[in-house]
Ligand binder design. Structure first.
Ligand code: ADP
Ligand code: XUL
Length: 521
């Protein structure tokens, strides 16, 4: 039984959660919001706005400043960092960080008197990092698929067809457009393995959970796939860290964190994983039979799987399950930021997404519906810059605001219901997490559309919780026992589906699908 720290470097924030596993208690919960707390990076939602041709990048120095800041906040709140026995990391998936030959030496001698960002910036060989929202690599995806023998082959090997946001296509684009900088890159990390490397003070391995989101890992051998490496960029094998199981220990915490923030020198660092695999742990859902919907910046639906199963339509993914085996996932790019865009465009509040809109409109919205995409969507792949509205004039002109809110939420979750069929999972109960899951109107819409009860946990940040639980797992604690303490559904927050909504939503699904098909080439 131990004190363990989980860090989650997500799209919009970095969170830290300190647990006492013996007491079953949360000792500290701090977070840094990139847009608010590090406003000088001009990334209000965690990425650099205005990228051309689908490019979405973030500044890795911002992630490092957030790491310093979150530890300073932990110290300020008197969190017992001197008693931490293990630390692990969760990171937004697919994003890549490019580092030169001096990276490892630099990690060894980090000076506690200076910031992480200042010391690591000189060894970045690519100033900014492409993140999961990037859709700029369509050409590179086609080239990789062609070189590897087709997308079916890429999917059979890696668990996903070549996908624009995945690391392999992003690496290829860098190699093609910035060949010299690619050549001087010694190591390419994912966000999770980059942050874990900083914390451990040495370049650490990538786990099977996050590694599977690169189009480079062979799902069967759990090693880098030679065909995919060759199809992506020359000399790539030498630039990738090794792959390892999620509970692998990277070493002790770096001297930097011990001296600067008083973290116990003996704290072990367990390698990182992606935010979705981490949430699978944080929701206590690593055994098959449970379905999780996460409503963060992206909306995702995922579940542990007994064996790998791929999506014939090419939208879904198979990742490693941090507890062993596999998980399947479907990701939607127009999640919270699309809900925010509608809220701001029509001068609404989250309260309007809660009781107000839903109490004055019926399930199915009398046929009024929306393709709820304010920017490129990945499931299905579609480039729109504004939602498509189908219905009467009051609705399409934006006058009928309650109908707009309902149409947005129904569009998002009908689209989710439509695109998760391939997983073949039974949605008898849905575990809901992510920033938007606290909204009861949104939770009710999920319950009614899937016709399943929705439950939320007492600890809301499941990705950070998953990192902390994985840290304890790395020390040899039993995950199933930890779930009993930390992953209990909050009984008061359960929402049961209204059976009367079943029929209107079956009809709404047909209408939604027909409109969607007109836009998919
Ligand atoms: P990420 O982990 O991807 O950075 P979070 O899971 O922290 O994101 O979720 C952040 C999002 O949660 C915000 O973009 C915001 O739109 C959404 N959110 C927060 N509170 C509410 C609410 N009451 N209703 C709806 N959405 C909310
Ligand atoms: C999953 C995905 C996102 C990111 C950011 O494939 O792209 O969910 O992990 O949360």
């Amino acid at each position: 039984m131990a004190i363990v720290l989980g860090l989650d470097s997500s799209t919009q924030s970095l969170s830290a959660l300190l647990l006492d596993t013996a007491a079953g208690a949360v000792l500290a919960d701090e977070s840094v919001n990139f847009g608010n707390d590090l406003a000088h990076y001009n990334a209000p939602s965690g990425f650099i706005p205005g990228g051309a041709n689908g490019e979405v990048h973030a500044d890795p120095r911002m992630w490092l400043d957030a790491l310093d800041l979150v530890f300073a906040k932990l110290v300020a709140s008197s969190a017992p960092l001197g008693r931490v026995e293990a630390i692990s990391v969760s990171g937004q998936q697919h994003g890549t960080v490019y580092l030169g030959a001096e990276f490892s030496d630099r990690l060894d001698v980090l000076d506690p008197q200076q910031s992480l960002a200042k010391q690591i910036a000189p060894v970045l060989t690519r100033k900014t990092s492409p993140i999961w929202m990037d859709t700029s690599t369509g050409r590179e995806c086609r080239e990789i698929a062609a070189a590897a023998g087709g997308n079916d082959e890429v999917c059979a090997r890696s668990g996903s067809v070549a996908v624009e946001r995945f690391s392999g296509p992003q690496i290829r684009l860098f190699f093609i457009h910035e060949a010299d900088d690619y050549a001087r890159t010694e190591v390419i990390h994912l966000v999770s393995s980059f942050i874990a490397s900083i914390v451990a003070g040495r370049s650490v391995a990538i786990d099977y959970g996050d590694g599977a989101g690169m189009n480079l890992m062979n799902l069967a051998s759990l090693n880098w796939d030679p065909v995919l490496l060759d199809a992506t960029a020359p000399g790539l094998r030498e630039k990738l860290p090794p792959l390892a199981p999620s509970r692998a220990i990277a070493g002790d915490v770096s001297r930097y964190f011990a001296e600067k923030y008083g973290v116990s020198r003996n704290a072990r660092v367990i390698i990182g994983t992606g935010d979705n695999p981490s949430s699978l742990v944080g929701m206590g859902a690593t055994a098959p039979g449970q379905v999780v919907i996460s409503l963060g910046t992206s909306d995702t639906l995922f579940a542990a799987m007994p064996g790998p199963k791929t999506d014939p339509a090419g939208y879904g993914h198979v990742f490693g399950n941090p507890a062993g085996g596999y998980m399947s996932l479907i990701c939607f790019r127009n999640g919270s930021l699309a809900r925010e865009a509608l809220r701001d465009e029509h001068k609404l509040t989250w309260e309007d997404f809660d009781r107000k809109a839903l109490s004055t409109t019926p399930p199915g919205n009398n046929g009024r519906h929306m393709l709820p995409f304010y920017g490129p969507e990945i499931t299905p792949r579609l480039d729109l810059d504004a939602p498509v509205l189908v219905g009467d004039d009051d609705f399409t002109s934006g006058k009928d605001k309650p109908a707009l809110v309902r149409a947005m939420l129904e569009g998002q979750f009908l689209n989710m219901r439509l695109h998760c069929r391939w997983m073949g999972v039974k949605t008898e109960r849905i575990l809901l997490t992510g920033g938007a899951s606290r909204n009861n109107g949104i939770a009710r819409t999920v319950a009614d559309i899937f016709q399943a009860p929705v439950e939320r946990l007492a600890v809301p940040n499941s990705a950070a919780l998953g990192a902390a639980l994985r840290a304890a797992d790395g020390l040899g604690e039993n995950l199933e026992e930890l779930y009993l303490h930390f992953c209990k559904p909050d009984a008061g927050s359960r929402i049961d589906a209204d059976p009367a909504a079943a029929e209107p939503y079956d009809k709404a699904l047909t209408l939604f699908e027909a409109t969607l098909e007109k836009f998919i080439s």
